[in-house]
Design a protein around this ligand. Structure first.
Ligand code: HCS
Length: 575
C-alpha cells in the first residue's frame, strides 16, 4: 500500500493520468454478455492483463483493478457471494503483475446494485460490511490505493468510504455518476457530494461515466472553488449511441484528448476515461497533458454543511443563517407524545413549515425522558432524508445519539454542541473528526456557566486548542456566544454581544446564538428576541437558532442583513 503522502507528493507535481474503460475493452476482446465480468476475467487472465498493460503503456499513472462488481451482492447474482476475498485478491494481483511496481493499482469498488438506507432497503451497516470484505481482498492483493466509482447513491458512497477508513485506511478517490441535469440518480449535486465526501475523509473526489467530457467539465468547474482535496474525472467517450442491443461511444481519441487542457484549467488533478475510451484515448490524453501544471486545491478547509441534496455555506460574509429550532421536544407535549409513540406526522409538519418559513438549516433533537433515543434519531433521520433538502444540525445531550446520527446522516452535519466540559469534549471531538462534522463550540466548562465575555473567550480558546489537535480549523466551528436572560441580569445581553464581537472580529470564526433565551421570564418575548437579534447582527452574529414562524423575528433579520451590508443591493430583502 502506497502511503497517502507519496500519492499527494505526486499530485503536487503533475496531473495524474487514470486508465480508460475496462468493461467496453473486455467486450471488444470477446467477453460475452450475461457473464459475471470478474469471474470471466479470472478465467481469462491474459485478456484483462492485456488491457491493464495497454493502459500502462499508454501513460496511465494509475490503473483500476478489474473488481468493479466484486462485492457479495453482485457476485451473488452468479452464485459466487462466498468468493469475494479471493476474486478481489486475485484480480488485484493480476493488475499488479500486468503493470509492475511503477504504475499504481487502485482497488476498484462500485455499487452493490442496491440503494442504501435511508434511500433504499440495504441497511447501512450491511453495506459497510460488504465493502469491508471487498477491501480486505483488494488489500491482500496488494493495491496501492482505492477508488470508489460510478456511485449514484451518496449514502452508498459514504458506506464504502467508511469501510475503507475502518478496514484499511489508504488514499481513496470517490467519484459519483451525474446525469446530464447535474444530479445523481437519487438527486445529489456535485458540490453537496464534494462537501460530504471530502469532510468524511475522501482523498480525492470527482465524477465518472454517464456524460461526455463537455458536461463533466462543468461539474469540475462547479466543484473547484469548494474543494479541499484534489478533483478527479473520467468522462465517457461522448454520449452513448444504441444500435439494437449494443451501445457505442463515438468520440475518437484526438477529440477526447482535446478536452484535456480545459479540464486542467478547471483544476482537475486526476483525469482518465470511462466507457468507450481506449488505450489510444489515454495515450492522446497523457500526451496533451504532459506539461500541464496541476492546480492544487484552493483551500485547506471549508465552512459548509450539506444534505444529500443541498449544501449551505456558513461563511461570514452572507445573510444570517437561521437554524430552525422547532424539531425539539423540550417543553412541547404533543411532539413528546408523538416521538414516544414513534409517530412522525408532527415532525413532518414542522419540517415543512420551517422550510416554508425560510429556515436555512434544521436543528434535530429527539430527547424525551424514557425514549429509545437511538431508535428515535434513526427514524427521524430516515424521514428527513426524503422530507427535506435542508442540511441538519444534530442536537443531543447524549454522545451515543450524536454518533448514531453522524454515522447515518447522508451529508456533512453540524453538531449542537461541544462544550468545554471535560468528558463530553474528550468523547465528542474525536467523533466529530471521524465523521468530518462541523460543530458548535459552546463555552461552558465543568460546573460553570461563565457570566463574562472574558471567561467565555478563555473557554473558547481552550476548547479550540484541543480541537486543533484533531485537525479542526476555525472554518469547521461556529462559536456560541451564550445567551442568558435579561430578566435576572441586566448586563447579560451586553456580555453576549461582547463575546459575539470578539468571535467574529478577533477570533474570526462564525458566531451563533440561541436567541430566545434572552427573554426568558419576561413578557412580550418576541420584541425582546427580535431587538436582540438585530443588535447581535450588528455585533457580527452569523447564525441564529430561532423559531422561523416568528414573523417579527424573520422580518427584522432580513432588515438587519441589509443594514449590516450582508445582503448586497438588498436582493434578498426585496425578493
Ligand atoms: N471502470 C469501469 C467503470 C464502468 S462505469 C469500466 O468498466 O471502465
Amino acid at each position: 500500500m502506497k502511503s497517502k503522502e507519496a500519492i499527494r507528493r505526486l499530485l503536487k507535481k503533475k496531473i495524474l493520468i487514470l486508465d480508460g474503460a475496462m468493461g467496453t475493452e473486455l467486450q471488444k476482446r470477446g467477453m460475452p454478455g450475461g457473464v459475471c465480468p470478474e469471474l470471466w476475467c479470472l478465467e481469462n487472465p491474459d485478456i484483462i492483463a492485456d488491457v491493464h498493460k495497454a493502459y500502462g503503456q499508454a501513460g496511465a499513472d494509475i490503473v483500476y483493478s478489474g473488481t468493479f462488481g466484486a462485492n457479495r451482492y453482485k457476485l451473488a447474482q452468479y452464485g459466487s457471494a462466498d468468493q469475494v476475498l479471493e476474486v478481489n485478491r486475485e484480480l488485484a494481483r493480476l493488475a499488479r503483475r500486468a503493470v509492475g511496481q511503477k504504475i499504481r493499482v487502485a482497488g476498484d469498488i462500485s455499487s452493490t446494485g442496491h440503494f442504501v438506507e435511508p434511500f433504499g432497503d440495504l441497511p447501512f451497516e450491511e453495506a459497510v460490511a460488504a465493502f469491508s470484505e471487498q477491501i480486505r481482498g483488494l488489500a491482500e492483493g496488494g493495491v496501492d490505493l482505492f477508488v470508489i466509482e460510478t456511485m449514484m447513491d451518496i449514502q452508498e458512497a459514504r458506506a464504502a468510504l467508511l469501510a475503507v477508513k475502518e478496514t484499511c485506511p489508504a488514499f481513496t478517490i470517490v467519484t459519483l455518476t451525474y446525469e446530464n441535469g447535474g444530479r445523481t440518480l437519487n438527486g445529489t449535486d456535485p458540490i453537496s457530494a464534494l462537501i460530504t465526501l471530502q469532510s468524511l475523509g475522501a482523498d480525492a473526489v470527482g465524477c465518472n461515466c454517464s456524460t461526455g467530457p463537455e458536461a463533466m467539465l462543468a461539474f469540475i468547474e462547479a466543484m473547484k472553488p469548494y474543494a479541499t482535496v484534489p478533483l478527479a474525472a473520467k468522462p465517457n467517450a461522448g454520449l452513448p449511441r444504441l444500435e439494437g442491443e449494443e451501445t457505442f461511444f463515438d468520440m475518437d481519441a484526438a477529440t477526447f484528448a482535446a478536452h484535456g487542457p480545459a479540464f486542467a484549467a478547471a483544476g482537475v488533478n486526476l483525469l482518465g476515461g470511462c466507457c468507450g475510451t481506449t488505450p489510444d484515448h489515454i495515450r492522446f490524453l497523457a500526451e496533451t497533458l504532459r506539461n500541464a501544471p496541476p492546480r492544487p486545491p484552493v483551500r485547506t478547509a471549508l465552512s459548509a454543511v450539506s444534505s444529500a441534496r443541498s449544501y449551505r455555506l456558513l461563511t461570514r460574509n452572507q445573510p444570517l443563517v437561521v437554524v430552525g429550532e422547532r424539531l425539539n421536544p423540550t417543553g412541547k407535549k404533543a411532539l413528546q407524545q408523538e416521538l414516544l409513540a414513534g409517530k412522525m406526522s408532527l415532525v413532518r409538519q414542522m419540517t415543512r413549515e420551517q422550510e416554508q418559513q425560510q429556515a436555512d438549516l434544521l436543528d434535530v433533537n429527539v430527547g424525551v425522558p424514557g425514549i429509545d433515543e437511538e431508535k428515535a434519531i434513526r427514524d427521524v433521520l430516515a424521514l428527513l432524508a426524503t422530507a427535506t433538502e435542508l442540511p441538519l444540525v444534530i442536537d443531543s445531550a447524549k454522545v451515543e445519539t450524536i454518533e448514531t446520527a453522524l454515522r447515518l446522516y447522508p451529508g456533512r452535519a453540524l453538531i449542537n454542541s461541544i462544550s468545554g466540559e471535560k468528558e463530553k469534549c474528550e468523547r465528542l471531538l474525536p467523533l466529530a473528526a471521524r465523521y468530518g462534522a462541523m460543530f458548535i463550540l459552546l463555552p461552558l466548562a465543568d460546573g460553570e456557566v461563565p457570566e463574562t465575555a472574558d471567561r467565555r473567550i478563555a473557554i473558547v480558546r481552550e476548547v479550540y486548542g484541543k480541537a486543533r489537535r484533531f485537525g479542526f480549523s476555525k472554518e469547521d466551528i461556529v462559536v456560541d456566544g451564550l445567551v442568558m436572560t435579561a430578566a435576572t441580569n441586566a448586563q447579560a445581553p451586553a456580555e453576549t454581544l461582547k463575546t459575539i464581537s470578539w468571535i467574529t472580529n478577533r477570533f474570526q470564526a462564525g458566531a451563533i446564538l440561541g436567541i430566545s433565551n434572552v427573554s426568558f421570564g419576561l413578557p412580550e418575548r418576541n420584541w425582546l428576541n427580535a431587538s436582540f437579534l438585530a443588535m447581535a447582527q450588528l455585533s457580527g452574529l452569523t447564525m441564529a437558532i430561532a423559531n422561523p414562524s416568528m414573523e417579527e423575528l424573520m422580518a427584522i433579520k432580513r432588515a438587519a442583513d441589509v443594514l449590516t451590508a450582508k445582503d448586497a443591493q438588498a436582493a434578498a430583502y426585496i425578493a
